[in-house]
Design a protein around this ligand. Sequence first.
Ligand code: AMP
Length: 339
Amino acid sequence: MSESPEKPAGRPVVLTCAQPTGRLHLGNYLGAVLNWGRMQDDHDCYFGIVDQHAITVPTVPAELRDNTYSCLAQYVACGLDPARSRLFVQSHVLGHTELAWILGCLCPLGQLERMTQFKDKSRKQQSVDSGLLFYPVLMAADILLYNAALVPVGDDQKQHLELARDLAQKFNHRYSETFCIPEPFLSKVGSRIMSLQDPGAKMSKSDPNHAATVFITDRPEDVRRKIMSAVTDSGAEVRSGPDKPGVTNLLSIMSACTGRPVAALESEFAGRGYGDFKKAVADAVIATLDPVRVRYDELIKDKPELSRILKAGAEQAQATAFRTLSKVHRKVGFVERPR
Ligand code: AMP
């Protein structure tokens, strides 16, 4: 008789992983991290900083280490709360690569070669290491190790989540019910924030035009300068619409920062022109980001505190990981590890 799949006791388990790749921007904050923070109220959250994924492309070791601390400090400053959630670094928890190996033994090579992200990334490199190909299997292991029911994913990760679902189903079918099948979590509130210099493109950390992206650790004077120089549209009317991509973007930024509907902002700024409007947008963004920056500045100087958070997160995540792994080993037929 098959066992029922592992169900999280009580609140649904959510897993979010992000690579430690430098500074978060306003798009990451308003479109993703803010929602992850809200999920802590009614979900059992795991937030992983996935350094093992980061080395699938060439990285500078000292930068990876600094970025890992910085990523942690930014997440905590944004409201991911180590007292309520598990914030951990992937390489601190034994089991991610171990489970990835076992899942890899169920994963046809062709399925990995067809992954859009692998095709895109490998096209840009002269020689391709197998870690890049295997990346989605490691991601499946990240998710299944914690029996996550929900995984917030952007468009670029949907195909990888589909693979995690496939592998979970395959494992359950071959060895009996073990994993719950993770669902994508598409948040209801969430804004797609566009570049301040080209409202046709998403705001991105890699934009070479520094005026296009507001980072969460930018000083208030830099935030103001970037917002004041944001591209607007012809005409002086503050309203949203397809003919006004620049103003629409600023309206949705202001709406996300203040919690006020776009329509209310349009009425407030009717007949007042772009100058007044941009000043108000800058004030709203500064009011939102300033506490985040102040907290980040404190935390990044406090290595003992960051290490304490990482230790607690790793211990909690490890307890879950070991439970899953020992169950998986038993199902696969590995002899129980002598104690
Ligand atoms: P990335 O920086 O691409 O690794 O994305 C991290 C998270 O932030 C993902 O959930 C993305 O969907 C989200 N994100 C990235 N850029 C934006 C943006 N410009 N607007 C809204 N959400 C974004």
